[in-house]
Design a protein around this ligand. Structure first.
Ligand code: SF4
Length: 352
């Protein structure tokens, strides 16, 4: 039996039931693909259902405010996806309909080669294989691919291999079958080879080398960042700002922040406005010390303080403003901040 026949026979019997399967609506497929970039299905599914309920058509998504879309995305991470999704919805509405050609789909903001191929193969039966982490693992193991998948030569090899194996009559299901096999059987650790349809022909399994594949060239560099957050409160209001460009959490809201190059305690933080505040009559408490929060390629170390001001400060730092604490529920906040809001007794009071 051919590779694709073996794969699709297994898929027909074992495919996962997911809300975006068995549909050909490119809007819904696109939405699911953007949500599933860097997100596990178990987590992404609920977000997908909430987005479809709130934004049943691309027009609904395009006419929403960025703050609302960011709020809906809250907790999912990689927030540039939400901004791009919103922008692309407006691109689609402007052009009149969802693009049907691969090159035009690729032009939507936030859509790369993988996502364009996934959308077109599922929505339009376009014959293009998709390569994500699951696919590199499955192909890399079955064919004992010695090229690193994160280098140009390896990428080209995998692309050509996957396209040569693709079932051109069922390309969308072929791609999803590879994904399911990688997610449920050919898992990164302890693959279930005895349940795999390629058990007898898999190069890695035959050689007991499952963990050697797929081969990666570079180890991603992990950076540490040191963040000091101040929940500065006065009369049921808190000092907040919206994060700007070219950094994590763009367009999300956060309290007053000082970032340092190394670990630092309160006495080592130098900020003229904060120094002025601390000289005035206020109560300061530390709530969390050196809290570890992991993002892809970054480890954040965060300290949290609350400051209750007796008097309203004459000025606020640039881009900061007072926000009523009851409004915090409506703002999109990084998970790290959201997790620690219950330290603000003022916030709790408004919640109950
Ligand atoms: S036999 Fe094992 S290693 Fe090979 S593809 Fe199947 S699950 Fe993966």
């Amino acid at each position: 039996m051919s590779f694709s026949a073996t794969l699709l026979k297994w898929y027909d019997a074992h495919k996962r039931s997911l809300p975006w399967r068995g549909i050909s609506d490119p809007y819904k497929i696109w939405l699911s693909e953007i949500i599933l970039q860097q997100t596990q299905i178990a987590q992404g599914k609920d977000y997908y259902l909430r987005f479809i309920e709130r934004f049943p058509t691309v027009h609904d998504l395009a006419s929403a405010s960025e703050d609302e879309v960011m709020k809906m995305w809250e907790g999912l991470g990689y927030y540039s996806r939400a901004r791009n999704l919103h922008y692309a919805a407006r691109q689609i509405v402007e052009r009149g309909d969802f693009p049907t050609e691969l090159d035009d789909v690729r032009k939507l903001k936030g859509v790369g080669d993988y996502t364009a191929a996934a959308i077109c193969s599922m929505a339009y039966n376009y014959p293009a294989a998709t390569l994500d982490g699951n696919a590199y693992r499955v192909f890399g193991r079955i064919y004992s691919v010695e090229y690193p998948f994160d280098e140009q030569k390896g990428k080209a090899f995998y692309t050509s291999l996957a396209n040569s194996l693709l079932d051109t009559a069922r390309p969308g299901e072929f791609n999803q079958a590879i994904m399911d096999l990688g997610a449920t059987i050919c898992t990164p650790k302890n693959p279930h080879c005895d349940e795999c349809p390629f058990c007898d022909s898999c190069g890695a399994h035959t050689a007991h080398q499952e963990h050697h594949f797929p081969i990666r060239a570079k180890k991603p560099e992990v950076k540490e960042r040191f963040l000091h957050y101040f929940f500065i409160l006065h009369d049921h209001r808190i000092v907040m700002h919206k994060r700007g460009d070219r950094d994590i959490w763009k367009s999300l809201y956060e309290p007053f922040l000082i970032e340092t190059a190394q670990s630092a305690d309160l006495t080592q933080l130098h900020h003229p406005w904060l120094t002025g505040i601390l000289k005035s009559h206020c109560v300061i408490r530390q709530h969390g010390k050196n809290i570890r929060h992991v993002l892809t390629h970054r480890i954040l170390r965060a300290n949290f303080y609350s400051i209750y001001l007796n008097d309203l400060p004459a000025i606020l730092p640039e881009d900061y403003r007072f926000v009523p604490t009851e409004e915090l529920q409506r703002l999109a906040l990084p998970a790290l901040i959201k997790k620690h809001l219950d330290w603000i007794s003022d916030y709790n009071t408004t919640e109950t």
